[in-house]
Write a protein of this length. Sequence first.
Lengths: 318, 239
Amino acid sequence: MTRAAAALAVLVLLALPWLVPNQFFLHLCVTVLMWTLLGAAWNLLGGFAGQVSFGHAAFFGVGAYITMLLYLQLGVAPWYGMLVGGLGGALVSLPIGLICFRLRGPYFSLSTLAVAEIVRLIVLNWEQVTNGPVGLLITTLPRVGVGPRAVDWESKTPFFYIVAVLALAAMLATYGLSRSRLGAYLLAIREDEDAAEAVGIDTVRTKVLTLALSSFFTGLAGGFYGLYFRYVDPDAVFPITLSVEMVFIAVVGGLATVVGPVIGAIFLVTTAELFRERFQAGHLIFYGLFMMVAIRYLPEGIWGGARRLISHGPARSR
Amino acid sequence: MALLEVAELTKDFGGLRAVSKLSFVVEPGEILGLIGPNGAGKTTVFNLITGFHRATGGRVILDGASVLGLKPHAVTRRGIARTFQFVKPFPKLSVRENVTLAAFMRLPARRNAEAEAERLLARVGLAAKLDGPASDLTLAEQKRLEMARALATRPRLLLLDEPMGGLNPREVDEASRLVREIRDGGVTVVLVEHVMKAIMRISDRVVVIHHGEKIGDGPPDRIARDPGVVAAYLGRRES
């Protein structure tokens, strides 16, 4: 994608609340952007390095709880809390990475699933701190503003801008990674871990660092979730479905691409909204089916396939 | 002083002793052939030296410093590079990118790493294939790609695991010439090979392994006449 097209897309995005001043539409946009952030975060590790994690809900939940607790216990405003939540997610990921990356392929994936469940159970049972299954609730957000013009937290617009900035940051990180030496190392790891070691790449360290970066953005998204919905409990922020939906977005949108997560997120939110009215979990069946179709016929995802059609040749690794 | 000293190297896989108290040295500037019947433990020796397998016992010393117990990437950093018996290119990446990745270790700037990759790929005869994916290369080309990739880490010692296996006679000749050129360029070479004619022609010295033990060590012409070695390959005559 050319710079001009990217700049235009960002401008249109930032003008959306003004172009379409509809609260429900903005809510959908906020949801799409949050999932974009999550898909892009997962993509850093899963797309580039081919390490399929089924446990990213752990970092999402940790980010959400840290943000909520910092505000409720210490009065730290959630927009600062989110950053700490992201750092917390990254910190939690370090021991998890060092343990799980001893395993390769499907064994790694299964271990992440188990670790996420462990983290959920800890949060569920550590009632003195987390309030257990009751969860945490924010009633009012702190006043922000210059003079009489305060930010209206009942409107969707401020949340839209916050999550738009976060999603753009994650996409920028993806772009940066695709052009960096680290990104090249991750592709080598995806292609063949033994060969990567043989050319001097410390595969475990590279994967652990990338997991930390991925977990940082996932934790940020968790913090935003807390800020936006003002309520978290273990079922809401640690579900396996969340981890799986992150995989879905990255795979369907296009692995290791900058724009893929946006496409994946739009697809996910649209189908979820279409199906949710008719039957509660029907969208999950549809995701599963579509993921199978995508893996079979569009292994590069929607964006990867579209890019190939446009360029009429083999897609470049970036 | 020897460039590489392997002493009493031992590896057990469960109850099976794959390598048994194996000792040999590699002198700087030589081409050393490592031969032996199928299952003799040749590839295991490579995997032990390069850290892909953990040795049960023994010593591996490169230029006075032990490399045993290091992870493979750290062994590469110390100056031992390798190729694989069953080629392991990065299949979806371009030929140029395959070698650039390896050059990054010594040349962090992409521009320099790519220039080094292109130079090495020209040297192994792949200058015309830079932009295609590595999976499009023939087996002979993939083996040459692996040599270029190993050389990009600027090794002192290069371990080649069957660089001629599965190649036709013309490709074997090309590979032999390339191995000699690499040595003449200042890189010491150890190669495992089944193609006897080629290894006897290009090696300065040959080490023979059978059932994980060394049964011969010397110049190729003498090894070829050694009754113990001949027996290992052809079986002992019943009398």
